[in-house]
Ligand binder design. Structure first.
Ligand code: PLP
Length: 361
């Protein structure tokens, strides 16, 4: 067996220690004689595991008591619709910041449920920097302000939490949650599809200030209602048991690594190495993003000659570097550097890039 260095944007690399532990426990989980996937989510073993996962996440992010943590089925895309359904009244409006592909998606999916007020858009800058928060035209009556702290496809990231006053701030952190410590108290709601920085797809982790659960919302089935999910410990129906379990293993792994300030340092070192290699290549490689908005998680880059793209991908894959092809919306290459991607992977990538540029000058 040989594992490659995996730069996939999502579903993405997971820590090897987590995969090994899941493998060891697959047939006989926790002395039960059965897999975690083969038993009731109402059983005491599963309930204890679920509670431990939540408490480990609370510890990692120092989540205050007045926030609920939910482990929901589905993906971030589902939340694009569920958030306005839950937080906005019929006929109400919400402020949205458009900083790239995913925030644009959030806007179009919210439109059937809330009057969307796009307060700023990075489109005028070709999404090469985040719209500066001091330029946002915020509405104090908005139900909430939605933004995307890290744009997975465009590779732009907010490096500060925007100040939006008393209106609740809602953040799609699918691709940068747990990459660094975070002041949860600045947010009304945070959500993240698991398959970038947490675990398997099909699970969304949501952190919501409890008072927002009381909002009068639009008519909808109980399953979509955050308050119902919170009241039922995210087990209104059968949850994604496997996803929840693997997320829990990832939280334990993060604690074993020393927590989020350690991940922060490692993520900084990884991104610095790759950006320095790109910037030091005298134009051979190029990242178009304004340095103040560069993502630490997703680094898109192009080659000076697009005709070399196919060869770059072919040779990099042969060298054990997986999934460097850029998203079709921006082209070129993209390296995703989530928590599970070690510095050694980025060293292997940058060595390859230098070597490639020497051979194909
Ligand atoms: C991947 C991604 C999504 C979409 O997630 P799904 O789970 O596939 O719905 C949404 N937002 C961001 C920032 C993402 O990176």
């Amino acid at each position: 067996m040989s594992r490659v260095w995996n730069f996939s944007a999502g579903p993405a690399a997971m820590p090897q220690a987590v995969l090994e532990r899941a493998q060891q426990e697959l047939l006989d989980w926790n002395g039960s004689g059965a897999s975690v996937m083969e038993q009731s989510h109402r059983g005491k073993r599963f309930i204890a595991m679920a509670a431990q996962a939540e408490s480990d996440l609370r510890e990692l992010l120092a989540i205050p008591k007045d926030y609920a943590v939910l482990f929901l089925q589905g993906g971030a895309t589902q939340l694009f619709a569920q958030i306005p359904m839950n937080l906005a009244t019929q006929g109400g409006s919400a402020d949205y910041v458009d900083s790239g592909h995913w925030s644009s998606k959030a806007i179009s999916e919210a439109a059937p449920y809330v009057r969307v007020n796009t307060v700023a858009s990075g489109k005028v800058d070709a999404y090469q920097r985040v719209p500066p928060p001091d330029s946002w035209q915020l509405d104090p009556q908005a139900a909430y302000v939605h933004y995307t702290p890290n744009e997975t496809i465009h590779g732009v990231e907010f490096h500060h939490i925007p100040e939006v006053g008393p209106v609740p701030l809602v953040a799609d952190m699918s691709s940068n949650i747990l990459s660094a410590p975070l002041d949860i108290s600045r947010f009304g709601l945070i959500y993240a599809g698991a398959q970038k920085n947490i675990g398997p797809s099909g699970l969304v982790v949501m952190i919501i200030r409890r008072d927002l659960l009381q909002r009068v919302s639009q008519p909808m089935a109980r399953i979509f209602r955050f308050a119902e999910q919170a009241a039922n410990d995210s087990m209104l129906n059968t949850p994604n048991t496997w996803g929840w379990y693997v997320a829990g293993l990832t939280f334990q792994w993060l604690k074993d690594q020393g927590g989020l300030s350690v991940m922060d340092e490692r993520n900084r070192a990884k991104a610095d190495l790759l950006y320095q290699t790109i910037d030091g290549s005298q134009g051979y490689y190029r990242n178009p993003i304004d340095p103040s908005s560069r993502s630490r998680m997703n680094v898109p880059f192009t080659l000076h000659d697009g005709a070399l793209d196919a060869l770059f991908l072919q040779e990099s894959e042969a060298a054990g570097l997986l999934a460097l092809k850029g998203h079709k919306a921006v082209g070129g290459m993209r390296a995703s550097l989530y928590n599970a991607v070690p510095l050694a992977a980025v060293q292997a990538l940058t060595d390859f890039m230098l070597n490639f540029s020497r051979r194909h000058g």
